[in-house]
Design a protein around this ligand. Structure first.
Ligand code: F6R
Length: 607
């Protein structure tokens, strides 16, 4: 959700904080602000709206300082406004705080503090925490923060500065990400690594219920009982170019074009003879062979990747697989045991619902695997069994390359479990190995000729509604195509299992509605042909994603977009690409903010 950056050192802090915030803006963009120490005093500056508004304020009244924290907000409590923007201050303007998360018991604490005479000026839950710190301050800011955190319920990643101890930043986390960057004569905090990536690659991951005290020359980590903790320093391999657009108009387009490489990376070194090796996973083939049921939990795009995985696992590992959106799963009372494998899929590794539902399942004794793109993210601490998707940093709010990487990871896992259980033949295994390795070059080919997709976008970008239809693994592709379109272009779009059309949704069709059909070759090809005929007979505008060389649909399709043939179970890795491009071109044509669509944030760390 919100983005956090902090700097303490010998350089001018404002340019560092502002460039950090611009790399974090994808996390939230309702408002932004800085809390700095200028001449021994706390100086806050904040503005509603995008970072450019804050930048304009700073140009009008420049700030010189070497210590500060910055925040870009995705509103939870209190509408986006100057007053609700972070940082928030205590009554005397001596302590300033930025916060990512939600303080759930803020109302009761607020009442108490009001009786003591504290005055609140915003509608936020966050402001309560800074007043609580003021209340607990007895000459040691770290101690006041520690005491206050023992009182609050909810989730937080915070950064605190105070004029009383100007050479310090205090930070802490619970269920919201926080990373420390270690420099020479300077240190950083960030809600993720890109915040400070141009300055250092040496990081320490802060864990739940830990706090950290930073000066320009020291970093000390404590738990909330005040005990000092030693944490290893890790070196990250991302470079700052990954956080730049590299000549593309938008991050989303750049990330779509990265897919040949990110899939190749995710596959690299995984095939070991007739088995799959996943170094970051501790479960052995014997453990996997013992599994008799699989549950997959995820949200949004990751959920769609899960459906592709479910179909593959059922077919080749011959295990019953259930799928649930994590926001539902966490409130159910599922039946689990040690023969159940729970798989969480989350690119950020921070999605609150996915984390909690996964944690609950592990607590009930289930075996666990997390598929994530972010090394060191919260989910990586929940299980010793990971599959890392190696898609690199994704900045566009709409997930693209992480979706295809998640699908690739699910296929690898399906092959591994199939081998462990002896349910996939060596011939099929080898055939998939070959097919998977063709995927990067085939995506490259799709990306070399994007004109047909652009033409469709140009013709239909003014439509009010879109439908996406698919069967079998084309169904999650249809869901994903619809999600991409609605989230960045704000066009109403629905994805349906094509066979469901006649049970209701077909009533939506008229000659104004473009219907995008996933029509690659496979076991449901003939069935899809009938579905296209049905919608065509109702005068829909029919758009088809078809295999090169296939002419069987030509008379029923108004628009044809071709993709190369691949084994049907792997087809989502190809058929998704034109749908990502279609939503991109339509959103761009409608002049929407492709990388930062309204109301959304890159990682959803609140419920
Ligand atoms: C859509 C999108 C979201 C995420 C969802 C889960 O483009 O990005 O639907 O897929 O919020 O996020 P992660 O994978 O980080 O758990």
């Amino acid at each position: 959700m919100c983005g956090i950056i902090g700097y303490i050192g010998g350089k001018s802090a404002v340019p560092i904080l502002m460039s950090g915030l611009s790399r974090l803006e994808y996390r939230g963009y309702d408002s932004a602000g800085l809390a700095t120490i200028v001449d021994g005093k706390v100086h806050n500056i904040k503005a509603k709206g995008k970072l450019s508004n804050l930048r304009a304020l700073l140009e009008e009244s420049p700030v010189q300082c070497t210590t500060g924290v910055g925040h870009t907000r995705w509103a939870t409590h209190g509408a986006p406004s100057d007053l609700n923007a972070h940082p928030h201050c205590d009554c005397k303007g001596e302590i300033s705080l930025i916060h990512n998360g939600i303080i759930e018991n803020y109302l009761s604490i607020k009442k108490e503090l009001e009786t003591e005479g504290h005055t609140f000026i915003s509608e936020t839950d966050t402001e309560v925490l800074v007043h609580l710190i003021e209340h607990n301050y007895k000459g040691d800011i770290a101690e006041a923060v520690r005491k206050s955190l023992l009182r609050v319920e909810g989730s937080y990643a915070i950064g605190v500065v105070t004029s009383k101890e100007p050479g310090k930043i205090v930070a802490a986390r619970l269920d919201s990400p926080l990373v420390i960057g270690l420099g020479r004569g300077e240190n950083f905090i960030g809600s993720d690594i890109p915040a400070f990536l141009p300055y250092t690659r040496r990081v320490q991951h802060i864990q739940d219920r830990e706090m950290v005290v930073l000066t320009d020359s020291s970093v000390e980590i404590f738990d909330l009982s005040g005990k000092k903790i030693t944490r290893k320093v890790t070196e990250v391999h991302w470079d700052s170019a990954m956080a730049e657009k590299a000549g593309y108009r938008h991050f989303m387009l750049k990330e779509i074009y990265e897919q040949p490489r990110t899939i190749a990376e995710t596959l690299k070194g995984r095939f070991d003879g007739d088995d799959i090796t996943i170094e970051e996973m501790k479960l052995t083939n014997t453990d996997l062979a013992d599994v008799n049921r699989i549950v997959i939990t995820a949200c949004g795009t990751a959920y769609h990747a899960g459906i592709v995985g479910k179909y593959f696992l059922e077919e080749y590992a011959r295990i019953p697989v259930e799928m649930d959106v994590a926001s539902e799963y966490r409130y159910r009372n599922p039946v689990l045991d040690d023969k159940t494998l729970v798989i969480a899929i989350t690119q950020s590794g921070e999605t609150a619902d996915t984390l909690v539902s996964f944690r609950n399942a592990i607590a009930q004794g289930a075996k666990s695997i997390a598929i994530t793109n972010v090394v060191g993210s919260s989910i990586t601490r929940e299980t010793p069994n990971l599959i890392l998707t190696r898609a690199g940093l994704e900045i566009g709010v709409a997930a693209t390359k992480t979706f295809t990487a998640q699908v690739t990871a699910m296929i690898l896992l399906g092959l591994k479990i199939g081998r462990a259980r002896g349910t996939i033949s060596v011939e099929d295994f080898r055939m998939f190995r070959e097919e998977l390795h063709k995927v990067p070059a085939l995506i490259e080919k799709i990306l070399q000729d994007i004109e047909p997709v652009r033409t469709v976008a140009r013709k239909y970008y003014k439509s009010r509604d879109f439908l996406f239809l698919g069967r079998s693994v084309g169904y999650p592709v249809a869901l994903e195509g619809a999600l991409k379109l609605k989230e960045i272009s704000y066009i109403h779009a629905e994805g349906y299992a094509a066979g469901e059309m006649k049970h209701g949704p077909i009533a939506l069709i008229d000659d104004m509605v473009p219907v995008v059909n996933i029509l690659n070759h496979g076991p449901v090809f003939e069935k899809m042909l009938s579905n296209v005929k049905e919608v065509k007979a109702r005068h829909a505008i029919t758009i088809g994603i078809v295999n090169e060389g296939d002419e069987s649909f030509d008379e029923y399709l108004d628009e044809i977009i071709k993709v190369p043939y691949i084994h049907p179970n792997l087809s989502p890795l190809l058929t998704t690409i034109p749908l990502q491009l279609l939503s991109y071109f339509i959103a761009d044509k409608r002049d929407k903010d492709v990388d930062q669509p309204r109301n959304l944030a890159k990682s959803v760390t609140v419920e």
